[in-house]
Design a protein around this ligand. Structure first.
Ligand SMILES: Cc1cc2nc3c(=O)[nH]c(=O)nc-3n(C[C@H](O)[C@H](O)[C@H](O)COP(=O)(O)OP(=O)(O)OC[C@H]3O[C@@H](n4cnc5c(N)ncnc54)[C@H](O)[C@@H]3O)c2cc1C
Length: 435
């Protein structure tokens, strides 16, 4: 967010001291003992070097930071976790506003609403919501930030039955570039409410979101693993299978090369697989029938079973703590057999994972009630990623990501997905022309 004013003065030591006394949180500057910890993003491969880091504790703190930035000609970059940090431009003239101390979650079961502070991650919401019989439209990882994910659209395990998470937002509390605290919803600030739902974090610093809660359906979920040398056979079968399933099934086909590190369970550590993961909202017996064609391929491991809502954020096996990653994504209009061949040819190390998510269903249903991004008309989403323990390995992974994207380019959609764009993209590609 840019908050530049024309008459700006760089901050003096006295200005910083005054700001520190004004806020409940902390201002961390280069040279402070906690500088490296404060500027670190979840993605450890990203070296963030902002002008300062503000560790805010309240909406009033955010107002103070925005006013300070305006007076002193600085930009403001809000960050919950730093999962999306690689997409940020240089931060030398920015205050990085870290919201990770603002993680309060209130569940209002009667109103079917959750009010979630800006620094909360999905695990903070999924668990208390489940205790009261509700699910939320989280994604594949428990520690992705609710706000960053939702502002960018938010595609998770209920995507084909419930659509994008951005459509479940009922209100947003944010601090605008002129330092106003605003609650945007359908009645108040409707344009702002439209823009933030899918338009990302450039319209202000969000201090809380209010989300719709959905009554927990019966869930049948799991993953099947086969040795990677069966990748072509399994992914071709998955491609044919997804064309037969109802909108109550959301699934992912992927090639996984798991590194030999202790965090990964022993049975799969250091091994390579082709994997199909899926969630079905309905009775287990029906779910078991639906996945029967995949089961007939005789997987080496099969975890499909009736599943509690709290298990869904763990199904995709995303890293449970910060890691260095280099990746990027794209939408595909369609996935013909040739595209599966391209996936199999390029889903090799140093990529850790090359995945394809099946879209459609409720994701593809536009409505006038939606915000800047409310639906996706592409058939599939791809994400390629690898670990980048050093910048040199990162460059090597980056080339592998490029190879996968180039091989899939013939089927690439004109549009791309905000949340899977880990490199700078032309903003026009994030939206359909009519939005
Ligand atoms: C392991 C992993 C799994 C993922 N799984 C999925 C998935 O299943 N589905 C999906 O759709 N995406 C997924 N993503 C992508 C993820 O949704 C995006 O990277 C998202 O931007 C992360 O949000 P964050 O708040 O955690 O990250 P951050 O890097 O903290 O935030 C990302 C951006 O969001 C904006 N933002 C954050 N907080 C605020 C705020 N308070 N006010 C205003 N703007 C703000 C800013 O523009 C910021 O740069 C995944 C990413 C990773 C790394």
């Amino acid at each position: 967010m840019s908050v530049l004013s024309i008459d700006t003065q760089p901050p003096s030591t006295a200005d910083i001291r005054a700001l520190r006394t004004r806020i409940a949180g902390d201002i961390v500057l280069r040279g402070d003992s906690d500088w490296d910890a404060a500027r670190q993003a979840w993605n450890l491969a990203v070296d963030q070097r902002p002008f300062a880091v503000a560790r805010v504790e309240s909406a009033d703190d955010v107002v103070a930071i925005v006013e300070f930035a305006r007076v002193h000609g600085l930009r403001v970059a809000p960050q919950g976790t730093g999962h999306g940090a690689s997409a940020l431009p240089g931060l030398e003239d920015a205050i990085l506003v870290k919201t990770d101390r603002m993680r309060k979650v209130d569940i209002d079961a009667a109103a079917r609403r959750a009010r979630v502070e800006a620094g909360a991650v999905w695990a903070d919401v999924v668990e208390p919501a489940a205790e009261q019989g509700f699910v939320v439209l989280h994604g594949s990882s428990p520690d992705v930030g609710v706000v960053g994910y939702t502002l960018g659209g938010g595609m998770g395990w209920l995507a084909r039955s419930r659509g994008l998470a951005a459509n479940s937002v009922t209100a947003v509390e944010l601090v605008t570039a002129d330092g106003r605290q605003v609650r945007a919803d359908r009645e108040n600030e409707p344009d702002l409410f439209w823009a933030v739902r899918g338009g990302g974090g450039s319209f202000g610093v969000v201090t809380a979101v209010e989300l719709e809660l959905f009554k927990t359906p019966e869930l049948y979920a799991g993953a099947m693993f086969w040795p990677v040398d069966r990748a072509a056979e399994v992914l071709h079968a998955w491609r044919e299978w997804v064309e037969t399933v109802p909108d109550t099934v959301t699934s992912v086909g992927r090639i996984l090369h798991l590194p030999p590190v202790e965090d990964i369970p022993e049975p799969v550590r250091g091994k390579s697989f082709v994997v199909v993961e899926a969630v079905f909202t309905g009775p287990a017996s029906e779910g078991a029938d639906l996945v029967a064609p995949l089961r007939a391929l005789d997987p080496a491991m099969n975890t499909f079973a009736a599943a509690p809502a709290v298990s869904l954020p763990h199904l995709h096996m995303d890293p449970p703590k910060p890691v260095p990653g280099v990746g990027d994504g794209m939408f595909l209009d369609e996935l013909p057999a040739e595209a599966v061949d391209a996936l199999v040819a390029t889903g090799v190390p140093p990529l850790l994972s090359l995945e394809v998510r099946h879209l459609g269903g409720a994701l593809a249903e536009p409505s006038a009630a939606q915000g800047a991004v409310g639906s996706i008309d592409a058939g599939y989403a791809v994400f390629a990623v690898g670990f980048a323990m050093t910048p040199e390995i990162g460059a090597f992974v980056d080339e592998a990501v490029d190879r996968a994207k180039e091989a899939l380019a013939p089927w690439e959609s004109e549009r791309t997905y905000f949340n899977f764009a880990e490199r700078s993209v032309d903003a026009a590609r994030l939206y359909t022309p009519e939005t």
